[in-house]
Design a protein around this ligand. Structure first.
Ligand SMILES: Cc1ncc(COP(=O)(O)O)c(C=O)c1O
Length: 615
């Protein structure tokens, strides 16, 4: 057995002084007494019982010393990048990216080369087949090449290898991100998705935000609410929210034996509607507020089921002026239509954005998943840390909720969401076009009421145009037949003849168009009074619009009307706009939206800004 030398040489030998950053690579990063790179390398070999003077010890020592030095260079590169990036022309930023990408390949190559002797060493241990089978392949040997996978790797594991006790100690304190500990806490595929959604949602502000993924949209909503709302607080929520969120607030948070939270809903979507409701809340709950309880604002925009937009920036600003926290479920809009975190004025941004990935972000109804996005300091701090303004690590969503509750998103689902998100933009564009076509065609029949901002006559039209990308409506709206006074049976028979073009499925945001009756399904948690207040009648049908041909959607809807409604209300189907107008309308909307989309793209001059270097 190779013996380690008992002590490193401590006298000044002219060796390079160890920069403090180099210690981070040491297996004794917390307890090292080494002051030079050489000393760190010797200490490392000593830690693993290797004699630095032995034939295998000498190259190990030389490599370890170089790695300590290389770490200092990497830190210097990081510092220089942070300092210079903003000043560099785009051409140089591209060059820098590619140079660094190549460095990553070089480091991976070193690692891969290192695995050959490591594998040989492993083989030389000569375990029995029984042991080898039980342990499976040693992961580092095979996983190194996965660094080059063109899509994020699906890391299907509960546990992770760790380097040494001091590093794992740091990992448990949230100070070592390389070291996942356990997939319920962190998983590389899930982290990849969390980073990606932050980039998409927050854009230029991405550096200020962080995300945690959950197993469903509901568990994300539960996590965000659990994080902020406490005993006998007050939640002021927008009227139209998903029935499950209503039930969570009403039946769990509001329950006396749980948190006894007061849940108040406000109507309308303007800042004035909100401030009026807030004044009422302050009067009604003066006692609670005097006792130190807080008001939280919960918004859903565009909302389920009507696709109506709230003035989220205006409401957030008014709420922040009163030091209130704002949570906003942005599921229906997706970052294609609304980007509430990209407002220049931070006061206009909600504190937390929630998504059910289950819907349009993934896009095909193949998985359930959700996310909470918030400011870095509200989402995670290493254990023991406090921010200069007094925010403590245990007040972050990670330690307060995520770490404890276990509703994490597993790797397979995270991968599925990542794959779905690649086509978000073309899918949403097509769906929004279909929504405008369908909503306008349906509204052409005076016996059908269409709710949602797709039609110029809708009260929400102006606000949606102001806040939505390309002035587009969300691909979700409702219709009702109250004016036609259809009997329950006729309505049911009509609804049942809408398949297969209109899928009879709960959920929204899939590639296929789906219909449901909110009163019986998505919003069945609401009592009759709450349904009435939410604008949901017994004949309300919610349409979640897909990517199909708009003409075929209209065609099959018309057939269902002819089959089920015309026999009861003769001539009902004849009240829609004439066929020639349908073609004209579709062509006009299609061309108009695509023109707007084209015009919204950055000009070429912006893409190649500063390309020509001054000589
Ligand atoms: C707006 C909205 N938010 C959240 C959810 C809940 O998401 P999940 O079904 O992924 O739990 C839904 C579900 O329909 C929803 O419509």
């Amino acid at each position: 057995m190779q013996k380690a030398r008992p002590k490193e040489p401590r006298k000044n030998t002219g060796a390079k002084a160890a920069p403090p950053a180099a210690r981070i690579l040491s297996p004794r990063r917390k307890t090292t007494e080494a002051t030079t790179l050489h000393g760190l390398a010797v200490e490392q070999l000593e830690h693993f019982h290797i004699d630095p003077a032995s034939p295998t010890g000498r190259p190990l020592l030389a490599l370890a010393e170089k790695l300590y030095g290389a770490h200092g260079d990497v830190m210097e590169l990081w510092a220089a990048t942070t300092r210079e990036l903003g000043r560099l022309p785009r051409q140089d930023r591209l060059a820098l990216f590619n140079a660094k990408k190549f460095l990553s390949f070089q480091l991976a190559k070193l690692l891969d080369t290192l695995q050959n002797p490591a594998r040989k060493t492993h083989q030389s241990l000569r375990y029995s087949n029984t042991t080898m089978l039980a342990k499976g392949p040693y992961p580092i040997f095979d996983n190194v090449t996965a660094i080059f996978s063109a899509t994020p790797v699906i890391t299907r594991t509960a546990t992770y290898l760790y380097a040494c006790s001091e590093w794992i100690d740091d990992a448990f304190q949230g100070r070592e991100f390389l070291h996942e500990i356990y997939s319920r806490l962190m998983n590389p595929t899930s982290i990849s998705l969390a980073n990606h959604i932050v980039d998409i949602e927050a854009g230029p502000m991405a550096g200020e935000y962080m995300a945690w993924n959950f197993n469903s949209g509901m568990s994300a909503i539960d996590a965000a609410l659990s994080h902020v709302v406490g005993y006998q607080d007050v939640v002021l929520a927008s009227r139209n929210i998903y029935g499950g969120a209503y039930q969570l607030l009403h039946d769990w948070f509001g329950k006396r034996s749980n948190l006894d939270v007061a849940v108040i809903f406000f109507d309308g979507g303007t800042t004035a509607d909100f401030t009026r409701a807030l004044a009422g809340v302050k009067r009604t709950y003066a006692g609670r507020l005097a006792a130190g309880r807080h008001v939280y604002v919960y918004l859903e925009s565009p909302c389920n089921p009507h696709g109506v937009f709230l003035d989220v920036p205006g409401i957030a600003k008014a709420a922040h002026a009163e030091q209130l926290k704002v949570l906003c479920d942005s599921t229906v809009g997706t970052p294609f239509l609304v980007r509430p975190l990209q407002r220049v004025d931070p006061a206009e941004r909600p504190d937390y954005i929630l998504h059910s990935y289950t819907k349009d972000l993934t896009g095909h109804g193949t998985t359930t998943a959700g996310v909470v996005i918030g400011r870095n300091e509200d989402m995670f701090l290493p254990k023991g840390d406090t921010t200069p303004d007094g925010k403590s690590w245990h007040d972050t969503l990670f330690w307060n909720v995520y770490y404890i509750k276990g509703a994490f998103l597993d790797a397979d689902k995270a991968f599925e969401v990542l794959t779905g998100m690649k086509t978000l933009e073309p899918r949403m564009l097509q769906k929004c076009i279909n929504t405008m076509v369908l909503a306008r065609w349906l509204a052409s029949n005076p016996l059908i009421t269409v709710t949602g901002p797709a039609n110029p006559g809708d009260p929400n039209f102006a606000i949606a145009r102001r806040l939505s990308y390309l002035k587009l409506p969300a691909p979700l709206f409702t219709i009702n037949f109250e004016r036609a006074q259809l009997s329950r049976l006729t309505l049911a028979r009509f609804f049942d003849s809408l398949a297969p073009m209109f899928g009879h499925m709960v959920s929204l945001g899939q590639s296929n168009t789906m219909v449901l009756c909110p009163a019986l399904t998505s919003h069945s948690e609401l009592g009759p009074e709450a349904l009435r207040e939410a604008g949901i009648t017994p004949s309300t049908i919610r349409i979640s619009v897909g990517d199909e041909s708009a003409r075929e959607l209209i065609g099959d809807f018309l057939e269902a009307v002819r089959t089920a409604i015309d026999p009861v209300i003769p001539g009902f189907s004849g009240k829609f706009m004439p066929a020639a107008d349908i073609d004209r309308m579709i062509d006009r909307i299609y061309a108009d939206v695509h023109r707007r989309h084209a015009a919204a793209q950055p000009r070429f001059s912006a893409c190649v800004k500063y390309t020509v270097r001054p000589h």
